[in-house]
Design a protein around this ligand. Structure first.
Ligand code: ZN
Ligand code: ZN
Length: 176
């Protein structure tokens, strides 16, 4: 008999391994679903803003169906272990910020702890301090005067009087 994979098993399969980071994203998605009373698969108006690009985002994608391609997974790179969920339909929003861990735990112990502990032990809950960007903006395309590649207007910088893309912009460096 083949049994249906659990949501956790689906997340692990998509991510390629199991780890405490994946467990954080998994817990965040499960908790947001409960607290906001939404079924992600049926609710495309749910938008997730992730503040990190770590393992947990993969679990978010599997559980919520939010993806960059659909425009309902937005990366806001503060580097914090925080995930915010917005319900475009009713204006509801919730930000989950990972609490710092106390005590010594192995990776395996930590993963089990995250998956099984009450959500209030894992996250602080609050309203997001930022708004969602507008949907479906159309951008004017500009051709970079250094490399000739086109990029949207808001990604173009002025350098020595020339319009250049971020690849050609000298101060750009890491940051992206
Ligand atoms: Zn991982
Ligand atoms: Zn360029």
């Amino acid at each position: 008999m083949c049994k249906k994979p659990t949501e956790w098993e689906k997340a692990v399969e998509f991510h390629g391994h199991q780890c405490p980071g994946l467990a954080i994203g998994f817990k965040a998605a499960v908790t947001a679903r409960e607290k906001m009373g939404v079924r992600f698969s049926a609710d495309e108006e749910i938008v997730c803003v992730t503040e990190n690009d770590a393992c947990g985002v993969d679990a978010i994608q599997v559980l919520t169906g939010c993806s960059m391609g659909k425009g309902n997974l937005i990366y806001r790179g503060t580097g914090k272990m925080a995930f915010s969920f917005f319900n475009r339909k009713n204006g509801d929003s919730l930000r989950l910020m990972l609490k710092s861990f106390q005590g010594e735990m192995s990776r395996e112990e930590r993963q089990v702890y995250i998956l099984n502990a009450p959500a209030v032990e894992i996250f602080n809950f609050m309203k997001p301090g930022f708004e969602l960007p507008e949907t479906a903006r159309l951008f004017t395309s500009i051709v970079c005067e250094a490399c000739g590649e086109s990029a949207p207007e808001h990604k173009i910088r002025l350098q020595d009087g020339k319009k250049v893309c971020l690849d050609c912009f000298k101060d750009y460096g890491r940051g992206w």
